[in-house]
Design a protein around this ligand. Structure first.
Ligand code: ATP
Ligand code: MG
Length: 361
């Protein structure tokens, strides 16, 4: 697995159970997966030589992030390295503009968009769709970094993907796992709740009508199939007055799927390994009536949530996951999942434990 952050760390936990040898490509020995003991190489995901050397010892290469130059992936594939997902589908998770264009071409609903390099192009899009606009860096953004609101015309420093600021009724995420042969399994539809463009809470099942859930599942499955992904795919959806729109894709385990560790028969991390290794996929069924996950984010005072572990563990039913990352304000450092019978108390318990870890309660 290229990358050794929290996703690799939790994938490593799943690999231990399966007895699968997972090695990670880390930027340094302080990375979350390495601290958990995952066998690793130190190297740069931006270096073709490092990727090549790392891949030489593996049967198949997969990813815990998007920050691998697409041209390196194409080169590795041309040299016969097995990538899961492949370079072409992975590009849709790496470049928001490529994804918007490709999904629109394939007939999937996406927000209106344009690429703007000049002030005039920004003005024109704003005149058509109204202010403010949402502007995104096509590549390299995550956790809302790279997403900004444009209140008025400006001259972009670099080309920007422009979208209208949509009225969102909700945001949903659907995870789909797809095996190389095309077999796929969809997880229950999750509602994701963001603050300042970062995902903070995940509520499952999403409190939406069955028909909308079925539509979201169908859409996510069709997208996964159409792009030929292998492994776990997270399809982020906007619910608008006019229906569902595909926001973005991640071709890897995803923050919106951490709830599956305790909440589903097969966690997204185990499922990703199964799919990537072409093993039979597992059931994605919920094991509780309600599941909630709340992210633990580094508090403003720079303190480490790990100091408050005991307080959080006193919350009944709280499954605490801390990633062993250096605390920084605003950085995702862990999450808490609670499974229950009723959505509201389940979510409240997860919120309480996360607030305790963040020192807010
Ligand atoms: N066109 C839009 N209108 C309204 N809100 C938007 C729009 N685009 C993005 N957002 C908000 O910003 C959030 C982050 O946007 P997006 O998913 O495109 O960026 P990201 O940084 O790659 O996200 P992440 O890595 O957190 O998934 C969305 O989940 C949504 O809350
Ligand atoms: Mg997103």
């Amino acid at each position: 697995m290229v990358g050794a952050g929290q996703l690799a760390r939790m994938t490593y936990q799943a690999a231990i159970a399966l007895g699968v040898e997972l090695r990670v490509l880390a930027t340094d020995a302080g990375d979350a997966a390495v601290r958990a003991g995952a066998p690793h190489a130190v190297g740069s995901a931006a270096s073709l030589a490092d990727l090549r050397a790392f891949a030489a010892r593996a049967d198949v290469l997969t990813f815990d992030h998007e920050r691998v130059p697409p041209e390196h992936l194409a080169a590795l594939e041309a040299e016969g390295v097995r990538l899961a997902p492949g370079a072409a589908p992975k590009l849709l998770a790496q470049d928001k503009l490529v994804a918007r264009r490709r999904l629109r071409e394939l007939g999937f609903p996406v927000p209106p968009f344009a690429l703007a390099s000049t002030r005039w192009e920004v003005e024109e899009f704003g005149a058509e769709h109204g202010w403010p606009l949402i502007a995104k860096a096509p590549r390299g953004g995550y956790d809302g970094q790279g997403v900004q609101e444009l209140p008025a015309p400006c001259r972009p420093a670099a080309p920007l993907l422009l979208e209208p600021r949509l009225e969102l009724e909700r945001e949903l995420a659907v995870l789909v796992a797809r095996a190389p042969g095309g077999e796929s399994v969809a997880y229950p539809v999750a509602e994701t709740v963001q603050h300042e463009a970062m995902c903070r809470e995940i509520v499952v099942p999403a409190p939406i009508p069955d028909a909308l859930a079925a539509e979201a599942t169908g859409l996510a499955t069709a997208v996964t199939e159409a792009i030929g992904a292998t492994g776990v795919v997270a399809v982020e959806l906007f619910v608008t007055r006019d229906g569902l729109l595909v926001n973005e894709l991640a071709l890897r385990p995803h923050n919106s799927g951490h709830y599956t560790i305790e909440g589903c028969v097969t966690s997204q991390f185990e499922q990703h390994l199964r799919a990537v290794l072409d093993l039979p996929l597992g059931s994605a069924a919920l094991v509780a009536r309600a599941v909630a996950t709340v992210n633990v984010v580094g508090p403003a005072d720079g303190s480490d949530p790990a100091e408050r572990l005991a307080a959080a563990l006193a919350v009944p039913g709280a499954h605490v996951h801390l990633y062993g990352k250096a605390p920084r304000p605003g950085r995702k450092l862990g999450h808490v999942t609670v499974c229950g019978d009723d959505p509201e108390p389940t979510r409240a318990a997860a919120r309480t434990a996360a607030a305790l870890l963040e020192g807010r309660a």
